[in-house]
Design a protein around this ligand. Structure first.
Ligand code: SF4
Ligand code: SF4
Length: 372
């Protein structure tokens, strides 16, 4: 018997068109939907969903990519840490290419600095074992989805009494920037599509306060095109029925409470920071995590504090990533989009991250369609 493709149903063209017809039939007002996560932007662009939806639906890209929202000064921390020959800086994915104030981790690596990119945070343990005379510093990034993995690595470091691993923690939270965007009132957002991978960990409950405060529906959605189409339909039906609720479209893995074991692991090692500076959104109170004081001996920000620069750095003056993250501009409105700024030579983080709005528009977009 051949392999069963569970995803096929969720990419089925006929189903997508059938849902778009229902949406067209039922929609009775314009609705601006912010897809919080870059992964959703990617799917919308890749499958051309905007083109098959009625013009009353507008998608607005949100601040849900950990690479895009990382301010330059945090990258500068990573760059400062890898200047010391005794340190190995380890990070995930596209983070290595994000420009800091003057350089990037990739550029530092090409100059011979010890920067490693891994696919799993657990690789940190192996690197530490192979390099007992070095400090291995894990530059941890991600929303609530990836935080439990960082906490598990910490647990392993302690269990195995490993002395040469430290953590530079840049874990951020989804609800605070949503609140900041709603409070700023710069973007007109009627509803949100929430990332399912975050809610697998936290549960859908994290959005209740937002829905109650701002009367905006939030549907927790999977990442396949059918998931997104179903979520749009759910949003439209909420408006029709005059409801404002947290709904779960991705019932395959998300429930209200989330993964309690993972939440406990996070609570064991992390606490909420008083404030964190987001690229484009500025300082947002209680929007990120830090290592609890009890474990400060693992915290690179404490252990290496004397060498970390500490001044806020502005973005490239032509880059409008900030406005894109706030939902008040589209990538094609940036003067340098696709010209001075491309995935090969990104000026801003939204072009660096493969999930970034600018990268997705560059790869899949026909700007004319989006201007309609
Ligand atoms: S195109 Fe480049 S410079 Fe413009 S907003 Fe996007 S990332 Fe920033
Ligand atoms: S590319 Fe930029 S705007 Fe898009 S998800 Fe990433 S950080 Fe956010």
């Amino acid at each position: 018997m051949g392999k069963v493709d569970f995803l096929k149903d969720f990419r089925d063209g006929k189903k997508i068109i059938a849902i778009s017809k229902l949406i067209e039939k039922e929609i009775d007002r314009p609705i601006n939907i912010m897809e919080v996560c870059g992964g959703h932007t990617h799917t919308i662009m890749k499958y051309g969903l905007k083109q098959i939806l009625p013009k009353e639906i507008e998608f607005i890209h949100g601040p849900g990519c950990p690479v895009c929202v990382m301010p330059k000064e945090r990258i500068d921390h990573g760059i400062a840490l890898c200047q010391n020959e005794k340190n190995i800086l380890v990070t995930l994915g596209d983070m290595i290419r994000v420009p800091g104030s003057e350089s990037s981790l990739a550029k530092e690596r090409s100059k011979g600095k010890n920067v490693k990119m891994v696919y799993s945070p657990f690789d940190v343990l192996k690197i530490a074992q192979e390099n007992p005379d070095k400090n291995v510093i894990y530059f941890a990034i991600g929303f609530e989805t990836t935080t439990p993995m960082t906490a598990s690595v910490m647990e392993k470091v302690l269990e195995n009494k490993i002395k040469n691993v430290f953590f530079h923690v840049n874990h951020v939270l989804v609800p605070p920037p949503i609140k900041a965007i709603m409070e700023s009132k710069e973007a007109r957002i009627d509803a949100f599509i929430g990332p399912s991978h975050v809610s697998v960990i936290t549960g859908a409950k994290i959005y209740k306060e937002i829905v109650d405060s701002y009367k905006t529906p939030i549907v927790v959605a999977g990442f396949e095109p059918v998931d997104i189409m179903e979520s749009v339909l759910k949003i439209i039906r909420q408006f029709k029925e005059n409801k404002r609720e947290v709904e779960i479209q991705y019932t395959r893995a998300v429930n209200w409470e989330g993964n309690i074991k993972a939440q406990k692991l996070i609570e064991k090692y992390f606490e909420i920071r008083d404030t964190f500076r987001w690229r484009g959104l500025g300082d947002i109170p209680f929007s990120a995590l830090k290592i609890k004081d009890k474990f400060s001996f693992l915290d690179a920000e404490v252990v290496f504090k004397d060498i970390l620069p500490n001044k806020p750095v502005d973005d490239h003056k032509l880059c409008i990533c900030g406005d894109i993250l706030k939902g008040i501009a589209k990538p094609y409105e940036c003067k340098v989009f696709g010209k001075a700024c491309t995935p090969e030579n990104p000026l801003g983080s939204c072009m660096v991250s493969s999930e970034g709005a600018c990268a997705a528009y560059y790869k899949y977009g026909n700007p004319e369609v989006f201007k309609q």
